[in-house]
Design a binder for this molecule. Structure first.
Ligand code: SAH
Ligand code: SF4
Ligand code: F3S
Length: 437
C-alpha cells in the first residue's frame, strides 16, 4: 500500500507555497496525500513564529500527536518552517516533544527528501538546520493545491530588520530569483490553466536580479500571453514607487489592489519600528497611486500596542485608516520576539490597553469594509471562481480587489472568470447572480 502524508501549515502565503513544495518532495518519494492525521505515515508541520500565538498553536498541535505516535510507532513526525530556524528552538522542541523524528529549516527545505530517507535508515532522530542561506535552489516540482491560484516566489528572505520582526532572522538575507526562471515558471502555469498568479516576496519592491528591478519584472510577467490575473505581495512603503504603478496602468491583467502594510500612523512609532518612511510619505504614495489608478484599492497590516505607543499615537493610526479608507486590514497586537530590537524596549504597553486598542481598531476597520461591501450591491463584478461551498450550496471566488463573492451555478465553474451581479452584501462577503454575456 502507498504510504500517506499529511501536512499542517501555519503562517503566511510564503509557508502555504512552501508546503506545496514539501508535498512535491513527499510525492517524489512515493507518498500520497491524506486529509487526516490518523492514517498518515508521515505528518509534517510547517511552522510560523511571527507572533507568540502562532507558536503556541504549533506547540499545542505537535503535543497532541504523542498519543498517535504511541499507537503507531512507525509514524514519522517532521517539523520545519520558521520556528525551527529560531535560535535555540530545536533544543526546546527536542526536550518538549522527544517523539519528533525530523527537524528541518526554511533554508534547507530542499533536503527534506534526503532527511526522510536518512531517518528511515536509522533509529536516531535527524536534525538538520542551516544557519546561513545559500544559493537559491530552483524547485520546479511543487505540488500545487490552490488551483486556479498559483503562488510564485520572486525572492526569499528580508534585509529590513523592522525592529519587531523575526522574519530576517529565520528566513535569512534577501535574495532574488533570476527573472528568466520566474518568467518560465509563470508561462508554464498559465499554460496549465492557472488563472491567478501571485508574485511573492517579503518586500517585492526591492526585487533585483540580472539588472531587472521589480517594475521590469512585473512588466515582463504581465506581458506573458494568456488569460490570467496578476497580483504581488508584499510591498514595502519605503520602496513602493511610481514605476510600478505605471506598469500597473499598462497592463489590465494586474489587479488594482496593492497590499501596503503601514503598521502605524504615528511617525514616532514608525521610527521606533525602523520602517524608514513617514506617515506623510505613505499618504503621498496612496495619492500617487490613486491619481494614476483612481479605482485602485489598498489593503494593509497594522500593529497596535508597540512599545511606547501612546493614546495619541494610536489615534494617529485610526486617523490614517480613515483617511486612506483601506479595503481591508490585518490587525495585530504587538508580540515581542526574542532576538529582535523591540523585544529589548522597556516602555511596554500594558496588555489591557493593547486589547482595548485592537478592539477599537477592528471595529473601525470592519465598519469601513462593511461600507465598501454595501457599495457593491447592484454592480456587476468579474469573479474568478475558486471553489464550491457545500454547506452554502454555492460557488465562490474573488474579484480583483480580493472580495469574496458567492453565487449559484448548475455547472462547475472553478477556474473560470465569470460575471456576477451583486444582490446582497453580508459583512465582508458578497452574494449575487451569474450574468451571461
Ligand atoms: N514582509 C511583510 C510582512 C511580513 S509579516 C511586510 O513587511 O509588510 C506580516 C505582518 O505581521 C507584518 O506586516 C506585521 O504587521 C505583523 N507582525 C510582524 N511581526 C510582528 C510582531 N512581532 N507582533 C505583531 N505583529 C507582527
Ligand atoms: Fe518583517 Fe519588516 Fe522584513 Fe516585513 S519588511 S518581513 S515586517 S522585517
Ligand atoms: Fe511567514 Fe510566519 Fe515565517 S508569517 S515568513 S511563516 S514567521
Amino acid at each position: 500500500m502507498q504510504e500517506k502524508y499529511h501536512i499542517v501549515t501555519y503562517g503566511c502565503q510564503m509557508n502555504v507555497h512552501e508546503s506545496e513544495k514539501i508535498a512535491g518532495i513527499l510525492r517524489s518519494l512515493g507518498y500520497e496525500e491524506t486529509p487526516t492525521k490518523e492514517n498518515a505515515d508521515i505528518i509534517v508541520f510547517n511552522t510560523c513564529c511571527i507572533r507568540e500565538n502562532a507558536e503556541n498553536h504549533a506547540f499545542g498541535n505537535i503535543g497532541a500527536l504523542k498519543k498517535l505516535k504511541k499507537e503507531n510507532p512507525k509514524l514519522l513526525i517532521a517539523v520545519g518552517g520558521c520556528m525551527t530556524q529560531e535560535k535555540g528552538k530545536t533544543d526546546i522542541l527536542k526536550k518538549k516533544f522527544p517523539f519528533i523524528d525530523i527537524m528541518f529549516g526554511t533554508l534547507n527545505l530542499e533536503e527534506l527528501g534526503n532527511l526522510i530517507l536518512r531517518k528511515k535508515a536509522q533509529k536516531k532522530k535527524v536534525i538538520e538546520i542551516r544557519e546561513k542561506e545559500g544559493e537559491i535552489i530552483e524547485f520546479t516540482d511543487a505540488y500545487r493545491t490552490s488551483y486556479p491560484n498559483a503562488w510564485v516566489n520572486i525572492m526569499y528572505g528580508c534585509n529590513n530588520f523592522c525592529s519587531y520582526c523575526i522574519v530576517p532572522y529565520v528566513r535569512g538575507r534577501e535574495r532574488s530569483r533570476k527573472p528568466e526562471n520566474i518568467i518560465n515558471e509563470v508561462k508554464a502555469l498559465v499554460k496549465e490553466g492557472y488563472k491567478e498568479i501571485t508574485l511573492l516576496g517579503q518586500n517585492v519592491n526591492s526585487y533585483g536580479a540580472d539588472g531587472v528591478d521589480f517594475a521590469g519584472l512585473l512588466d515582463a510577467v504581465a506581458s506573458i500571453e494568456g488569460e490570467f490575473r496578476l497580483r504581488f505581495m508584499t510591498s514595502h512603503p519605503k520602496d513602493f514607487n511610481e514605476e510600478v504603478v505605471k506598469v500597473m496602468q499598462k497592463h489590465r491583467k494586474i489587479c488594482r489592489l496593492v497590499h501596503l502594510p503601514v503598521q502605524s500612523g504615528s511617525n514616532d512609532i514608525l521610527k521606533a519600528m525602523n520602517r524608514r518612511y513617514t506617515r506623510e510619505k505613505y499618504l503621498d504614495e496612496i495619492k500617487m497611486l490613486k491619481s494614476r489608478l483612481p479605482e485602485a484599492e489598498v489593503t494593509t497590516d497594522i500593529i497596535v500596542g508597540f512599545p511606547g505607543e501612546t493614546e495619541e499615537d494610536y489615534l494617529a493610526t485610526e486617523a490614517l485608516v480613515k483617511e486612506v479608507d483601506f479595503a481591508s486590514a490585518f490587525t495585530f497586537v504587538y508580540s515581542p520576539r526574542q532576538g529582535t530590537k523591540a523585544a529589548e524596549m522597556e516602555n511596554r504597553v500594558p496588555e489591557s490597553v493593547q486589547k482595548e486598542r485592537i478592539m477599537r481598531l477592528v471595529e473601525l476597520v470592519n465598519s469601513l469594509t462593511r461600507k465598501k461591501s454595501e457599495k457593491y450591491v447592484g454592480k456587476t463584478v468579474e469573479i474568478l471562481c475558486e471553489d464550491y461551498d457545500e454547506k452554502k450550496n454555492l460557488y465562490l471566488g474573488r474579484d480583483e480587489f480580493g472580495r469574496m463573492g458567492y453565487f449559484s451555478s448548475e455547472n462547475n465553474l472553478v477556474g473560470e472568470l465569470v460575471k456576477v451581479k451583486i444582490t446582497r452584501a453580508n459583512g465582508i462577503s458578497l452574494f449575487g447572480e451569474l450574468v451571461n454575456d
